[in-house]
Ligand binder design. Structure first.
Ligand SMILES: O=C(O)CCC(=O)C(=O)O
Ligand SMILES: [Fe+2]
Length: 1037
């Protein structure tokens, strides 16, 4: 196809006026060349010509479409256009073209170059979750992708920005061993790793990394300056680093050195100013702040600090002006508002002071301290009483409104920076004729617009493309006009960025809900499923081992195409608003027989969630075995994870300044013991009792009391004790035995529970976990690991409130998460009920009383908040159904795409189930799914072993030990079944054998010379298991 003739025929490949060599060259250009191409004048000219040619072709399309038999353009042209626009840094145009390619061609789904280009564009447009999604697709499709290192680095930056530090850390670490080309240095990676530690408050470790960077002889001056600046700031702020004056001295030393390498950095000068100010070297501090303002974009922090310094020098008018500069630059700068408030208050200008405090509380980015809030309340109440008196106080400073009306220096207006380095702008000469729409294009655009309702899909796409280009052109013109007044050199308009953020993944339509039902899909694969093991392996006989592409060396549990799953689109038609608050399925269990009945089991399996009431009574479960008293007596020093959270109503989730409803709900993690948390739980209970009785006596004596309630002033931070591991039968024997009374479907261990077929413990899944709570403690939104079901019993004495959303809506919730800048899988979020309502998502909301068992079916999204003081116990179960198994494998692949570890090793589990279980006719669908996984896994093992053999490598057989844990790749977290790639790695004093997957092992050592390869099952064994896994015809027995 790519013979010379091919080039001639194909209008995409044949560009008039170019030599054959140039034709070839331009065809080779793709996203891979971003940052790797010498953008010389001839190269730019070449790209310009190609762009002009492609745009001209597009303009001819509508005419061509009218002629019968005319061959229309291959949609691939949009991908080529996307790549070329990317190379010349025309982000928006690149995005429009990539989008069109995605809509028009299914080839896009398999094209890592397309996804990489798209990721780069999203990244530049600050659409970071979109970028991560696109980059991860590129790696999913090709783990050995030519730019994998560039991807890993950007993923590291994105997850650092999202504050998901452990994930960021992994990505940075992986860049250390990835052999693909890389534009960053090892020092840069170490700097980011150090910075993550600093952000996590692990300052000593951060310092070690920073020192390593500056000691490296190959570290460039800019980076050295950056690192020294961070170090200087740490010395200034981190008390653990020693005595104060010594620290300030060190800080000044670092900052001075930093300035030697980069004297024009405003931030460094600012830090310097702060250090001098702390040392009372006022003159030096002013000089440093002055330099900071000279060198950098206007910065509210600097002006706020200047204000502080003036105030300390008793120069209130100067201080006022500096604070005003700060809040004019950044209305959300709460420290400046509060400082300004105190300045006014000190001069007895109380209404102005109050105004400032209120602005700081209302608009501030950082939370107001209780003392500020108290001060504001106090002022407000006093002013209300005697406003006139305050007004007559002679004023020394202009009132706030006057002060805010003061003009601020024009050079002080500037915006925010992405977490990146410098933004690059278009490389094409400007204004460039071939980007601006030609007259002909304008005519086509107008014509298409007039006939918009009658356009065929190709014409619609052309219209969209031309409109996008037209919009860009207009924005460019506007921008050129604007540059006369502003210093911005950014081709991307803030409006575009905002529009992208409002509409995450403008590109990626989700899988429509009209997917075939599972039974029909399985029907279509019946022949495949019924093949014998030798027939399966015979399918591979024509493969050229030793030369296989990565497509052949991949295991996908979901399909044969090698593509990842897509989240489901919103179920259609939308439910009426009146149906968005369904009653939660609830059963009052009458007796033990009913509890253990098949009907009950079938009922639960049909509901997305359910409450079983009275179950604990009829089964005579002794729940006091899980009370705080018993727990503390049984294992006082047992570890508990403690999450510090903000207390709020269950329908609310405000940001730290209480001003905005958000989805993100991060909490700080710590560790403690069961007895310490038990003490806290009891104390909080006592406190509340006491307050209750005090409140009662107040309201008894003054029933008209409408003043501020005592409750409002209570501390808003609470602690949630979570993930207490109750797996150890030596400690929790009685407790675990008690739970054996439960019906098989909801039991921790049961033959029908897939998770019982694993011979190792997965904490909290096939073992019990305990939660200890006070009112307000919340478990953020999630689906269970691998979409397994969850069972939860409230031990009491208080209640819990639950919110559940059926599995079909997870795509909608995932999208809402993205829109709210929080990661569905890796992040913590608390849904806004109004957002869900607007998106037509039905939410089950119910209260779980002590003794109630809550059943959460496969894939149900849920979030939970304690209403009272209580403990809960919970675990997962895997019912033996096709739905459960399918959702498990689907999530397994989704996790793979998202670099999230699947803690249920589905391949390992499937082989275990095949060995242990006899499938009856009623299990036919489940059996088919299991056979498909076995088939894929067996084939993969055979192909990989043969391929290794052809490479001259032999895998050594070493049978798996009983109870040996499933293996995971140290680098990418993927399950590694059967064929293990092992490297001996030196730890501090010892060495360790570490397992990797094939792809990651090859990144470390392409020819696998230094890697030990083991296999734990012979292909023959796997074939036997596969052949024995048949349907039992129960009617004949
Ligand atoms: O009790 C809790 O807060 C945990 C709830 C939960 O997510 C579960 O049981 O699956
Ligand atoms: Fe859960």
């Amino acid at each position: 196809m790519d013979s010379k003739e091919g080039i001639k025929e194909d209008p995409i490949k044949s560009i008039p006026g170019l030599s054959l060599a140039d034709q070839q060259r331009i065809q080779d250009f793709d996203s891979r060349h971003y940052d790797y191409l010498d953008m010389s004048v001839p190269t730019l000219a070449l790209i310009s010509k190609a762009l002009a040619h492609y745009n001209a072709l597009l303009v001819q399309e509508p005419e061509k479409a009218k002629q019968p038999g005319a061959s229309l353009l291959n949609p691939q042209i949009f991908c080529r256009l996307g790549h070329l626009y990317l190379l010349v840094l025309e982000w928006e145009k690149a995005l429009a073209c990539y989008q069109t390619f995605y809509i028009k061609s299914s080839l896009s789904r398999k094209d890592p170059y397309f996804y990489y280009g798209l990721g780069l564009v999203y990244y530049q447009l600050e659409c970071y979750l979109g970028a991560a999604f696109a980059f991860q697709h590129a790696l999913y499709l090709d783990p050995g992708f030519a730019r994998s290192n560039e991807i890993l680095f950007r993923l590291g930056l994105i997850f650092k920005y999202l504050e998901i530090y452990d994930v960021a850390h992994r990505f940075f670490r992986r860049t250390m061993t990835d052999p693909s080309p890389f534009t960053e240095t090892k020092e840069m990676i170490n700097f980011h790793i150090g910075h993550i530690y600093e952000l996590q408050g692990r300052y000593e470790t951060a310092k070690k990394y920073y020192e390593q960077v500056i000691q490296s002889p190959t570290c460039d001056n800019q980076l050295r300056a950056d690192v020294l600046r961070q170090m200087g700031w740490m010395f200034h702020t981190v008390e653990d680093f020693g005595e104060r004056s010594m620290r300030e001295g060190q800080a000044i030393k670092c900052l001075t050195k930093s300035l030697e390498h980069d004297p024009n950095n405003g931030q460094t000068w600012y830090f310097m100013g702060r250090c001098y100010a702390a040392m009372m070297r006022v003159h030096d501090a002013f000089a440093a702040y002055r330099s900071s303002i000279d060198k950098s974009e206007a910065n509210a922090d600097t002006w706020c600090s200047i204000g502080t310094l003036y105030q300390q020098q008793n120069q209130p008018m100067d201080a006022l002006q500096a604070y005003v500069c700060a809040v004019q630059l950044d209305k959300t700068h709460s420290p400046a508002w509060f400082d300004l408030g105190m300045l006014y208050e000190g001069l007895k200008q109380f209404p102005d002071a109050l105004h400032c405090y209120q602005n700081g509380i209302k608009h501030g980015k950082t939370a107001a301290t209780p003392s500020i809030i108290q001060r504001a309340e106090l002022l407000e109440n006093s002013i209300k009483g005697s406003f006139a008196a305050f007004d007559s106080v002679p004023k020394t400073l202009p009132h706030l409104e006057e002060a805010l009306a003061l003009p601020i220096a024009a050079e002080l207006t500037a915006g925010h920076r992405p977490p990146q380095t410098v933004k690059k702008t278009s490389l094409l000469p400007e204004p460039s004729d071939n980007i601006a729409l030609s007259n002909q294009q304008m005519q086509v655009l107008n014509m298409l617009k007039q006939h918009e309702s009658q356009l065929d899909p190709a014409q619609q796409v052309l219209l969209a493309t031309l409109q996008a280009q037209f919009m860009v052109q207009q924005q460019e013109q506007q921008l050129q006009n604007n540059t006369k007044t502003s210093a911005s050199n950014n081709t991307v308009s803030p409006a575009t960025i905002q529009a992208l953020k409002d509409k995450p993944f403008p590109l990626l339509p989700f899988a429509s809900s009209t997917r075939l039902p599972l039974s029909e899909r399985l029907e279509a694969m019946d022949e495949l499923i019924r093949k014998s093991a030798s027939e399966v392996l015979a399918e591979c006989s024509s493969l050229e081992y030793g030369k296989l592409s990565s497509d052949h060396l991949k295991l996908n549990l979901l399909n044969e195409t090698g593509l990842p799953p897509t989240p489901p689109a919103a179920p259609m038609p939308h439910l009426p608003k009146s149906a968005l608050h369904p009653l939660a399925p609830s059963v009052f269990v009458e007796n033990k027989k009913e509890a253990l009945s098949k009907d009950m089991e079938d009922y639960l399996l049909r509901q997305p969630c359910a409450i079983l009431k009275n179950l604990s009574n009829v089964l005579r479960l002794d729940l006091s075995l899980f009370s705080t008293k018993t727990l503390v007596e049984t294992a006082p020093d047992h570890q508990i994870e403690v999450r510090t959270q903000k207390k709020q109503r269950s329908e609310d989730n405000f940001d730290s300044s209480n001003s905005e409803r958000i989805w993100k709900c991060e909490s700080v993690r710590n560790w403690s013991t069961v007895s310490k948390y038990g003490m806290y739980q009891a104390q909080e209970f006592q406190k509340a009792l006491q307050e209750d009785s005090e409140n009662k006596s107040i309201s008894d004596s003054d029933s008209n009391n409408s003043g501020p309630s005592k409750k409002a002033k209570k501390s808003s931070m609470i602690r949630f004790g979570t993930n207490v591991d109750l797996s150890d039968t030596n400690i929790w024997r009685i407790q675990l035995a008690e739970l054996d009374k439960l019906p098989p479907l909801v039991k921790v261990k049961a033959a029908k529970n897939m998770l019982s077929h694993l011979d190792h413990t997965i904490l909290g899944m096939n073992s019990v976990q305990l939660y200890m709570k006070i009112p307000g403690c919340r478990t953020p939104g999630h689906q269970e690991n691998l979409n397994f079901c969850s069972v939860n019993i409230n031990i009491g004495p208080g209640d819990c409130e639950w919110f559940c959303v059926a599995h079909e809506y997870w795509g909608v919730i995932q999208q809402l998460c993205e829109k709210n800048d929080v990661h569905f899988l890796h992040g913590s979020w608390w849904p806004n009920l109004n957002d869900l309502r607007n998106a037509n998502v039905p939410v089950y909301r119910f209260v779980q009383k002590p003794g109630d068992l809550v059943w959460v079916n496969s894939g149900t999204v849920h979030w939970v908040q304690a209403l009272g003081w209580c403990n809960n116990i919970a675990w997962n179960v895997g019912p033996f159904t096709a739905e459960q198994y399918y959702l498990g494998t689907e999530r397994y692949e989704w996790n793979k795409l998202q670099n999230f570890k699947s803690i249920v090793p589905m391949v390992h589990l499937t082989w275990a189930v095949a060995v242990n279980v006899l499938f009856e006719k009623k299990d036919e669908q489940m059996w088919k799914l299991v056979r498909l996984t076995l088939r894929r896994s067996m084939r993969y093992c055979q192909v990989l072993l043969e391929h290794l053999k052809a490479m001259g490598k032999t895998a050594k057989y070493q049978a798996r030990d009983k109870n040996e844990n499933a293996h995971y790749c140290k680098d990418c977290d993927l399950e590694v079944f059967n064929i293990l790639f092992i490297i001996k790695e030196k730890e501090k004093d010892s060495s360790e054998y570490v397992v990797r997957c094939y792809d990651c092992a090859r990144k470390i050592d392409k020819d696998l010379k230094t890697i030990l390869i083991l296999h734990q099952y012979r292909v023959k064994e796997l074939m036997e298991i596969y052949d024995r896994c048949v349907l039992i015809d129960s009617s004949s027995s």
